[in-house]
Design a binder for this molecule. Structure first.
Ligand SMILES: Nc1ncnc2c1ncn2[C@@H]1O[C@H](COP(=O)(O)OP(=O)(O)O)[C@@H](O)[C@H]1O
Ligand SMILES: O=C(O)C1=C[C@@H](OP(=O)(O)O)[C@@H](O)[C@H](O)C1
Length: 301
């Protein structure tokens, strides 16, 4: 019988104490399905992750159940990874929020109020990851693009490029970064092009610069999902949003060379995904990236 659609089984509460034997747990079935046997854990792999001594386990679930007494074979395998806190040896599963909180408490005293400037190409997650970092560090968050828009009477970035010029935008971007450089306890998501002016590095180096290194294809996917309207430098190409973004991002990346590499710290999503045994960086959550950023900052301090 063809699988009649996978049961929704957000499987939680797995007790890893019995990991490797028959783990206990529970699943939620959509209406009509009836569980007729426990979960079998398939192709699990233990991975030691550099997230300060916790062990991430990649666990594949295989589930079979019956529907109106007809046996439905394993309808889906669910991939999840749980971060296991190795320190207390109880293998109590901890979620990323707790890992983040713990790491931020460890790093904050050494940061001693110094600002964190996130640099990286458009779409690399500077605003998304920056907000998370600001929350766990108890810092204020600023997006330099938004401050430039405010300085130009609320004019959107794309309009500033169109009505004035890129140079006009860059001049205002430098003024914003100069103003921020006299402050403390900030996480700043910079615009992707802030790195092209040496004077901006002078301002940002008063804090710590963190480069979010994301593969171009992942950037293009993310930007295609939200559209290129707000990013004037991606407007010129024809074609679908993904292709347009990928072409322009590739050109910009070539033009900028390894300027992002001047950052104090690099957070490579490919490295994190490799460590976690994930096939694609798009499986990485912003929190996992924020954790790695804190780990890399800690190594520097
Ligand atoms: N780790 C992530 N996984 C998937 N999508 C992400 C991730 N981080 C950010 N995004 C998405 O990518 C887009 C760009 O993120 P954003 O934080 O605005 O990047 P930036 O500020 O560097 O331009 C947003 O739609 C955001 O939701
Ligand atoms: O890479 C760039 O030159 C730019 C990136 C944009 O910021 P995001 O990185 O937040 O998209 C914004 O500053 C402007 O469109 C220019």
């Amino acid at each position: 019988m063809e699988a009649v659609g996978a049961p929704s089984f957000p499987c939680t509460g797995i007790n890893f104490d019995k990991f490797g034997q028959k783990p206990t747990g529970f699943v939620q079935f959509s209406r009509g399905f009836r569980e007729n046997q426990t979960i079998r854990v398939g192709n699990s792999r233990e991975l030691t992750q550099s997230i300060f001594g916790v062990r991430a386990r990649l666990v594949g679930f295989e589930l079979s159940c019956s529907y109106k007494n007809a046996q439905v074979s394993a309808v889906e395998s669910e991939k999840s990874f749980y971060i296991e806190k190795e320190i207390d040896k109880n293998h109590v599963s901890v979620d990323e929020a707790m890992v983040l909180k713990k790491k931020s408490h460890e790093v904050a005293p050494y940061l001693n109020g110094r600002c964190i400037y996130l640099v990286g190409m458009m779409g690399s997650g500077k605003s998304t990851v920056g907000k998370i970092l600001s929350e766990v560090l108890g810092y204020s968050f600023f997006d330099s693009d938004k401050l430039v828009e405010k300085a130009v009477h609320g004019t959107p970035v794309a309009e500033i490029f169109k009505k004035h010029s890129e140079t006009f935008f860059r001049d205002n971007e430098s003024k914003v970064l100069h103003n921020l450089s006299s402050m403390r306890r900030l996480v700043v998501a910079t615009g992707g092009g802030a790195v092209i002016r040496p004077i901006n590095w002078k301002y940002m180096k008063k804090g710590l610069t963190v480069f979010l290194d994301v593969p171009l294809e992942a950037l293009a996917r993310r930007i295609a999902a939200v559209g290129t309207a707000s990013r004037p430098l991606l407007h010129d190409e024809s074609g679908d949003a993904y292709t347009k973004a990928l072409i322009r991002l590739s050109t910009l990346s070539e033009e900028r060379g390894d300027v992002y590499g001047n950052a104090d710290v690099k957070v490579s999503l490919e490295y994190i995904a490799g460590e976690l045994g994930l096939g694609d960086v798009s499986d990485l959550t912003p929190s996992a990236i924020a954790i790695e950023a804190l780990i890399q900052v800690e190594k520097l301090l």
